[in-house]
Design a protein around this ligand. Structure first.
Ligand code: DGL
Length: 258
């Protein structure tokens, strides 16, 4: 059986990339809701409807677990998904907990994500729990999702956008920037360019992937298969996307050094 990964677009590949490193012999299914990307500027109701449609399709395939590899979809739909399906469903959340836990003296944490993720109660509940000393600031970066979907990685647009978006922030006060949207992981080099070498870039992929491994082990669902990935977009098989997605997985390999 396969492990399914779901995102509005190419963002979730960044989490699948980590999963493949930890569990190379599992078979995977990757579903990108390309008809409806980006989610981050839509209403909660719209996002919930799109996610449920997608997961109904995924549930009809041969899957043993689902990773909602999208912070935005997780923040609005994870509870209703868990109520609806019996297989294990893991979500993403901005890595605020480890960021605040390891904060340097007199420094702050900058949490970046889509506007929906930053607005949703789920994040504010988390902040109430882990950030009692108010050490975090929030910054929406929706354009990075568009740039990633358009494949604009190396033309300077992302760095220009980040420079503009952070111009009112005193960047020296941050020791950590949380990448709270899976699409942002493609731009670690641009973040570095703007933030310098000393800032930690933290995303939630390894936390989610470690949880996935633990849950599969507990339920005796780990398998030694051939490590294949099957691709789908918005309810259609999408084998033609394989070359493009292979290139993206290569880029992610490089981003590990940032
Ligand atoms: N990749 C998604 C996330 O982690 C959402 C991007 C979008 O569709 O706006 O939030």
């Amino acid at each position: 059986m396969r492990i399914a990964f779901f995102d509005s677009g190419i963002g979730g590949l960044t989490v699948l990339h980590q999963a493949k490193k930890l569990m190379p012999q599992e078979d995977y299914l990757y579903y990108a809701d390309t008809d409806h990307v980006p989610y981050g500027s839509k209403t909660k109701e719209e996002i919930r409807r799109y996610v449920e449609e997608a997961v109904d399709f995924i549930a009809a395939q041969d899957v043993k677990a689902l990773v909602v590899a999208c912070n935005t979809a997780t923040s609005v739909a994870i509870q209703s998904l868990r109520a609806r399906y019996s297989f294990p469903i893991l979500g993403m959340e901005p890595a605020v907990k480890p960021a605040v836990k390891n904060i340097a003296v007199s420094k702050r944490v900058l949490v970046t994500a889509t506007p929906v993720t930053l607005r949703e109660q789920k994040l504010h509940d988390l902040l109430l729990q882990v950030d009692q000393n108010h050490k975090t600031d929030l910054l929406p970066l929706p354009k990075l999702v568009e740039l990633a979907e358009q494949g604009c990685f190396d033309d300077g647009q992302a760095a220009n956008y980040l420079r503009e978006a952070t111009k009112d922030f005193e960047l020296q006060q941050y020791c950590t920037v949380v990448l709270g949207c899976t699409h942002f992981n493609y731009f670690k080099d641009s973040f570095r360019q703007i933030l310098g070498d000393t800032v930690t870039l933290l995303d939630g992929s390894s936390g989610t992937v470690n949880n996935l491994h633990r849950v599969l082990a507990e339920k005796n669902l780990l398998e030694q298969n051939s490590g294949t990935i099957r691709y789908y977009t918005s309810g259609r098989e999408a084998e033609e996307l394989r070359p493009k997605y292979d290139l993206l997985l290569n880029r992610l390999e490089k981003m590990l050094n940032y």
